[in-house]
Design a protein around this ligand. Structure first.
Ligand SMILES: [Zn+2]
Length: 421
């Protein structure tokens, strides 16, 4: 077997790996790198492919899959879990809707892609041309997220996608029971940094929320619509935050998808309660009133790049009693990063000072450094290792460390590299 690296090499975004034998080609993820204009993975001819696996719905893993279905007579299957298809559709349609840039596909191509979906359960396998066997395992990263085991001719490749081995309030931890591995493709996002322990982030956030509301302010929490928004409302509810919590925007559609797939949740009953107690905001009349009421508003987008978050940001920023809690990663040059670093918002192209108190809290859905090394502690065999999906030097440093600590043949591949096992 061999793996061609079509993206996610020394960068976070456009994950894409082609697993091939002499007669079969299976693509693992085909995502976009979302910058001001999206950057796509290396081109692959759709007719050469036998299957595509989507590990999870985030666009840096799923965002370019519809481009493979521009021809209606395409035979290949798209493999993923049931929630991955529902969430991918939501995020892909949104990408088309908000895109001011060129995308080489349209809504109809998303439908064609969905018509080729092959739903797998966790630990269920599918054979592609009796040659490559694909099994999905729970990844703990987002609802329906999976890692992939690809096996052929007694060799096996394990691709972590994005992984979380400690789980979250909403999700179970990753399932790493995959047997002996010959090639490990592992994400490196936080390989060079530890994150604040989750329990501490949760306590700090709830304390901040109480502080803001007690001085009669409104706390605005911009959050990714899938998972983070729900996780935050769950945290507030489970820590007895007594005041009003409202949720807005695309997070509400994500709520519905999450309620539809209870078996993928760690504790469906508690999730239902937490979401049921939250007010689902619809309509501008309610939005305009909300900004004058003490309480918490949770709304995408997580980096403040769009959605109803823009309205809430501008209004909440006007009053020093209010607060803004950033609970998602803030990429360079996004309004969220600018707010964090300069305490300003952009209104009609002009910088305006933010009067509200701004704080950031770490709630990552990825493994931190220690937990990434725990994967290597637990892996069976002496695999070759590819470190991928990391910014700056993190893939290179991580590969060096794996080499020193375990003696594994570890490298940070570049886009276009081909690795044989
Ligand atoms: Zn992800």
């Amino acid at each position: 077997m061999k793996v061609s690296v079509l993206g996610a090499a020394r960068e976070v975004g456009r994950s894409a790996f082609l697993v091939s034998t002499d007669k079969t080609n299976v693509l693992l993820d085909y995502g976009v790198l979302l910058k001001r204009e999206p950057i796509f993975p290396v081109h692959v001819r759709p007719r050469d492919l036998d299957a595509v696996v989507i590990t999870h719905a985030h666009l840096d893993h799923s965002g370019f899959v519809p481009s493979l279905f521009l021809s209606k007579d395409m035979k290949m299957q798209v493999i993923g879990t049931d929630p991955t298809f529902d969430l991918s559709r939501l995020l892909l349609e949104d990408m088309i809707k908000i895109s001011g840039f060129y995308l080489p596909f349209e809504y109809i191509d998303i439908i064609t892609m969905m018509n080729h979906s092959k739903i797998l359960q966790y630990r269920e396998s599918i054979s592609i041309k009796n040659d490559i066997n694909i099994t999905l395992h729970e990844s703990g990263h987002i609802l329906g997220g999976a890692t992939v085991l690809a096996e052929s001719d007694s060799k096996s490749i394990f691709y972590t996608g994005d992984v979380n081995t400690r789980g979250s309030n909403l999700l179970r931890p990753a399932d790493l029971d995959v047997g002996k591995v010959d090639l490990l493709i592992i994400e490196s996002t936080y390989s060079q940094s530890e994150q604040t322990p989750r329990e501490q982030s949760e306590r700090n956030l709830v304390e901040f929320a109480n502080e803001v509301v007690e001085r009669h302010g409104t706390l605005f929490i911009p959050a990714f619509s899938v998972e983070r928004a729900q996780e935050i409302s769950y945290v507030l509810k489970s820590k007895n935050f007594k005041h009003n919590i409202v949720m807005d925007g695309m997070a509400l559609k994500a709520n519905e998808i999450m309620l539809k797939h209870p078996s993928f949740l760690r504790n469906p009953e508690m999730f239902r309660q937490a979401i049921g107690d939250v007010e689902w905001v619809r309509g501008w009349n309610r939005r305009k009133k909300l900004i004058r009421e003490p309480g918490v508003i949770i709304s995408p987008a997580g980096m403040l790049v769009g959605g109803s978050a823009i309205f809430y940001l501008q209004e909440v920023a006007k009053d020093e009693r209010n607060g803004i809690a950033l609970v998602s990663y803030q990429a360079n040059n996004t309004p969220g990063r600018i707010l964090l670093e300069k305490r300003v918002t952009m209104v009609n192209g002009k910088e305006k000072r933010c009067m509200a108190d701004v704080k950031q809290f770490e709630f990552s859905a990825h493994n931190s450094r220690t937990e990434l090394f725990e994967i290597l502690d637990r892996i069976e065999g002496s695999p070759k290792v590819l470190t991928v999906h990391g910014d700056g030097n993190s893939c290179i440093r991580f590969a060096e460390e794996i080499n020193e600590k375990y003696g594994f043949d570890a490298t940070a591949p570049e886009t276009g590299d081909i690795i044989e096992i």
